[in-house]
Structures are given as C-alpha cells and as structure tokens.
Design a protein around this ligand. Sequence first.
Ligand code: DX5
Ligand code: ZN
Length: 218
Amino acid sequence: QRAARIAPSILSADFTRLGEELDSIAGADYVHYDVMDGHFVPNLSFGPGILRQVKCHTQMPVDVHLMVEDPEQSVGWYLEAGADIVTFHYEAQRHAHRLATLIREHGALASVAINPGTPVAALSSILPYVDMVLVMTVDPGYGGQSFIEGSCEKLGELRSLCSSLGVSPLVEVDGGIGVANAERVCAAGADVLVAGSAVFGAPDRGVAIETIREAGTR
Ligand code: DX5
Ligand code: ZN
C-alpha cells in the first residue's frame, strides 16, 4: 500500500491566526506555501519573511511553490528562510538545470512545476535533476478553483516519460484537489496532494486530511 501524502496550502488559511491554522494541520505531511508575485500570476500572497515565521512554528517540512517570474532572482531568499522543497515553474525560468542544482546544493529538494497548458514533454531534459514534479491541475493564481479534467492523462504521460528516462521523482498535483478526485489522481500517478480549500474549508482539518489521504491511498 502506498499512502498519499497531503500538503495543505496555507493560502486558504486565516492569516490573522496563522499559528493556530498551522496547528490544525499537524496530521499532514507537508505545509504547502504558495508564493505569488503579481506577475507570473495575477495575485500576491506572501514572501520569505512569513516563511521564516512558519518555519519557527512548525516541524513539518515546507513545500515552497514559487509562482514568480525569474525565480533565479529570488530563490535564495526562500532557501535562506528554510524551504525544505522548492518548486519553480518551468514557464518562468531560463536555466532550469542551474536552478535545480542550486536548490539541491542548499540541501533542499528541487521540484519543477508545469501549468495546465504546458506539455509534459517539455520536462524531459530537466527530469533527471529534480526530486519532484508538480503538475498543476488549475491555472495558478487563486485557491478554490475547479480541477481541470484531463489532468489525469498528463499524469499518465509523465509516468511513461519518467520510466523511459529511468527516473522516479515524486509527483505532486495542485489545484481543485479533494476527496472527489484524490483516488483518480493517485491511480494516475500522483504521490503528493496539495489541498487548500478542501482542508481549510472543512470544519475539522484533521478529519479532512485523513479522508483525502485514505481516498488517495492505493
Ligand atoms: C493555486 C495554488 C494552490 C492553491 C490550491 O494557484 O498553487 O496551491 O492554493 O488551492 P485549492 O486546493 O483550493 O485549489
Ligand atoms: Zn500551490
């Protein structure tokens, strides 16, 4: 049995009570930290200062999702602030190999994300240099959007590409994930499920995490 790993996105948390919100997701596997710069995506969220505070508050590994233009310029701030996993967007960078190597040299795991409109084939040269791939299941920018049907086919294509290259990165999905689709995405190859509104919108976050994990465990 392979248990799905759950990464609640604190973009959907109540920022005025962030400490309690983090405590409420203690049963999860990672904290998903969505950085938005108002350029790569239309929205703004939080930066390295709040990441440092989150790292002081929780023992859980923090999965930093950089939805920013030119991540080479700002990645150092997040590594310094204690990011455990750094995900950059394939669409936002120029030198993917250099960026992934830099992240690993700082002792973090390197992860590359693709938007729904980017084909899996774009990842072939970088796949041997990353620890995780994030397949976006919505166009990034906001929490609470609906899962794009057809994402499971991309997960299948990613699985074939990885096996043809002889690599086995973790596969993460992000956007509109919840109990209704956890089983499908995991059957198609997802290992890590990001869930924002499905966790923080639930009355009992512990129960929500457990329910999504069970649905995704195969
Ligand atoms: C989307 C972000 C997601 C978002 C997920 O731009 O990258 O991590 O917070 O939220 P839900 O699970 O509500 O779609
Ligand atoms: Zn995210």
